[in-house]
Design a protein around this ligand. Structure first.
Ligand code: FUB
Length: 323
């Protein structure tokens, strides 16, 4: 399969995080709805209220919708906006990580727990201590350690922080300064907390210099994902306002990572957000676009396409079909 295919058409879904648990493929997407809130740079129109989990036995087979796995009305600390989630498995338990604004309209990252990969998930009573911003993505490394990557600019509020502390006048750095970075933190043994202060995920250019804030074609914006291929760590992400999915490669989960190129050119819609998973010996890119809704940026549909590597470990660029 090299032509992207839509996975479901009975719901609008986005931000698909795919994992293989117990030999089956599970997808943890956002569930887009028509909220009636006008589109703005703060992303208020992405006013999602629950998650559904999907599973597949085969990449070309049927997609099972397991129904509502977590509802905002059951999250004790909830304000609004359930954005892009991810999941992890440890010792027979499943953890759903999700960004949500608290009652002060500040994005935090929450955890909900289940005995089953498809949920339902029971939310913890508070967000992860010290968490901020959006888009959690969890790597289970081969040594049994788990790392959470997160962060998003603009509506994702990353520009409100420096060194994990809120600043008085939220702003992005000047174009010639180093770009803001995604963050990474090792998770605690119980999977419910950060085991350390989140660190910067630094992306270097071809000269070994951190990407600049003005380098909108390559700098990190949101939607982090980490996968391992042939022993290397592939950090991939969205460039936001230039609408690309890019990647950078490093030797360990913390980086630094060296910029390598574009995985997916822009799609129809504004956001682009993905995950990468190996299933039955092939690699796949899960992503979304807004074609089925006629281009409504807040009503997206998830897709899958095979991902191919060149012999040197670089990824072959896929055409997203947008401009
Ligand atoms: O789905 C809401 C937000 O849009 C996600 O959290 C971002 O990554 C972007 O896809």
């Amino acid at each position: 399969m090299k032509t992207p295919r839509y996975l479901v058409n009975h719901l609008y879904t986005a931000d698909p995080s795919a994992h293989v648990f117990n030999g089956k493929l599970y997808i943890y997407p956002s569930h887009d709805i028509e909220s009636g809130i006008p589109e703005n740079d703060n992303g208020d129109h992405f006013d999602m209220r629950d998650y559904h989990v999907f599973s597949m036995d085969d990449i070309n087979g049927e997609v099972t919708d397991h129904g509502v796995a977590l509802d905002v009305k059951n999250i004790p600390w909830a304000g609004r906006q359930l954005w892009a989630p991810d999941a992890a498995q440890k010792d027979g338990k499943y953890y759903l990580y999700f960004p949500l604004k608290d009652q002060n309209d500040i994005f935090r990252i929450g955890v909900a727990v289940s005995d089953r990969p498809e949920g339902p998930f029971i939310p913890q009573s508070d967000p992860i201590k010290g968490s901020h911003s959006i888009d959690p993505a969890v790597l289970e490394d081969n040594d049994g350690k788990y790392y959470m990557y997160f962060g998003g600019l603009w509506g994702g509020q990353l520009q409100r922080y420096r060194n994990n502390k809120a600043i008085e006048n939220p702003h992005e750095p000047a174009d010639n300064d180093s770009a803001l970075c995604a963050k990474v933190a090792k998770l605690s043994d119980n999977m419910l907390e950060y085991a350390e202060e989140p660190r910067d995920v630094v992306i270097l250019d071809e000269n070994g210099q951190p990407l600049k804030a003005g380098d909108h074609d390559r700098r990190y914006f949101e939607g982090p994902w980490m996968h391992k291929y042939q022993g290397k760590y592939y950090f991939s992400y969205s460039t936001g306002n230039t609408h690309k999915l890019c990647y950078a490669v490093g030797d360990n989960p913390y980086g630094p990572f060296t910029y390598k190129g574009v995985i997916l050119t822009p799609v129809v819609g504004w956001t682009t957000h993905h995950s990468i998973a190996e299933f039955k010996g092939k690699w796949y890119l899960f992503h979304h676009d807004s074609v089925p809704s006629g281009g409504k940026t807040w009503l997206r549909s998830i897709k899958v396409v095979e991902l191919e590597y060149n012999a040197d470990g670089t990824i072959k660029t896929i055409d997203g079909g947008g401009k």
